[in-house]
Design a protein around this ligand. Structure first.
Ligand code: GDP
Length: 460
């Protein structure tokens, strides 16, 4: 990948739409676009000022290809910090491909996924965590995810990391200077000072690491697995929650063979719903695969919605399910309350003594389902969904690096307690400094950059 060439990509979805944008960036961006564009005003793009838009036509030799608006950005004041052009074409896949093809004929290279943002990073306009926030913004599916990625994009996480690194660097420099010049710089009393500093840094890292779990749930949704024996009403509940008939509902036991996954917004909270096949001992091969899957999904669930068919007595199957979910966050939904009940609250409690909550519902007519939202809100957000000023780690890469930094800082503390020589301290401080540097890309290798940016979409 070269920084010196000019790249292009379609930056909008390639489906028929009002407009479609082709983005061009690099040293020749303006000249090469000018070679296929004629402005109505007859002015050349080469003379265009930054942040101006020009109306005209794209030509393939003498043939008009599209009527367009062209925006001109000049380095370093553009997304990539390079000369850039955005061509607003009509949003048809064919016309966009045609204009793209004309550009490549002039020597512009098709960008790889994320290459525009990678250039912004390499040109110092964004640090790595900010670049990652760009992708998070694009994939945000709820208000929290958007808020968290915007904060990160605006550098809140970067500033915090930078200030932690500055603190660590100060200590490293102090130790090194004292070791170099013991006559003038004394290390008397220094271990106590460093220990205090370490405590502060450790509490910062720990708070950030802890923020990951709730941040992840807020960002990606609560991974919610619906369990219950066949015919308990899992598909009916999923359908009710989705508001449309996605799952096949029948009254022959065991027809939900595979898992169905859907995201819903429940009172502002995103739930990633997984409807599993009924768990039961079965000779049926396909059904057994379903059972195994249900178990795997249940293990990684943040929340289990356990449906008990209230109209039929508790069975061995219910006991088996209860055994699987004893340690999980569970909301028991006593379903089919519109029918005569064979199950009492006590029966459920004897099955699952620590059932956090038992809600009577009817998945068929939706009765009682509204209470579910409040219960989930209480369980996961302590009733409060409002945004706060806390900085959340929402990226697993950041969390792992933060854990590395924490381990190194713990090692510093350990060395202090053992009265180890000072160079031990500075080595571990340097490890913490580097781990934090990887988060914002101050420390980075090509493979990492490759991996991160390859997950981006085209044209970004
Ligand atoms: P699953 O096997 O757990 O997915 O169960 P389904 O959702 O397929 O439901 C099994 C049967 O129970 C269907 O005939 C549903 O219409 C019925 N059913 C589900 N929920 C209710 C309910 O709340 N009340 C009544 N009366 N029937 C229900």
């Amino acid at each position: 990948m070269y920084l010196s060439d000019t790249i292009c990509a379609i930056a909008t979805a390639t489906a028929p739409s009002g407009i479609g944008i082709i983005r061009v960036s690099g040293p020749e961006a303006i000249a090469l676009c000018d070679s296929i564009f004629k402005a109505k005003s007859r002015h050349s793009l080469l003379e265009a000022k930054a942040y101006t838009m020009h109306y005209g036509f794209i030509y393939d030799q003498d043939q008009v290809i599209d009527e367009v608006l062209v925006s001109v950005f000049r380095a370093p004041h553009s997304y990539t910090a390079e000369d850039s052009v955005e061509i607003n074409c009509h949003g048809g896949p064919f016309v966009l491909q045609k204009v793209l093809h004309l550009l490549t004929e002039k020597g512009v290279r098709i960008a790889s996924p994320g290459e525009f943002t990678r250039r912004a990073f390499l040109n110092g306009r964004l640090d790595l965590s900010e670049a990652e926030a760009v992708m998070d913004t694009i994939s945000a599916q709820n208000a929290f995810a958007l808020d968290a990625s915007m904060k990160q994009l605006r550098g809140e996480l970067s500033r915090l990391i930078a200030s932690m690194r500055a603190d660590i660097l100060y200590e490293i420099a102090f130790i090194e200077s004292a070791l170099d010049d013991p006559e003038h710089i004394s290390l008397d009393g220094y271990p106590e000072k460093l220990s205090d500093k370490c405590k502060t840094l450790l509490s910062q890292t720990e708070k950030l690491i802890l923020s990951y779990e709730s941040g992840k749930i807020r960002k990606e949704g609560i991974y919610t697995v619906i369990l219950g024996k066949p015919n308990a009403g899992k598909s009916s509940l999923l359908n009710y929650l989705l508001g449309e008939n996605r799952a096949i509902v029948t009254d022959i036991a065991g027809t939900t063979r595979d898992v169905l996954e859907e995201d819903i917004l429940l009172d502002g909270m995103q739930l990633h719903l997984v409807d599993t096949a009924g768990i039961r001992s079965s000779q049926d091969k396909i059904e057994q695969i379903g059972v195994e899957k249900a178990l795997t999904y249940a293990k990684k669930a943040d929340l289990i919605l356990y449906l008990v068919d209230g109209s039929a007595p508790i069975t061995e199957e219910d006991r088996q399910i209860a055994d699987l979910i004893r340690d999980k966050k569970v909301i028991v939904l006593q379903n089919k309350t519109d029918l005569v009940q064979s199950v009492q609250r006590e029966d459920i409690l004897s099955l699952l003594p620590n059932a956090g909550c038992i809600l009577p519902i009817s998945a068929l007519n939706g009765e009682g389902v509204d209470a579910l939202a409040n219960t989930v809100k209480e369980m996961f957000y302590h009733g409060d969904l409002t945004m706060n000023d806390q900085i959340y780690l929402t990226n697993v890469r950041h969390k792992q690096l933060m854990e590395q930094a924490r381990q190194s800082l713990l090692q510093v503390q350990h060395s202090l307690e053992q009265n180890m020589p000072e160079d031990f301290l500075s080595i571990d401080l340097m490890d913490a400094y580097k781990a934090l540097g990887f988060i914002i890309g101050e420390e980075i290798d090509d493979d990492l950059a490759e991996e991160i940016f390859s997950k981006f979409c085209m044209g970004k």
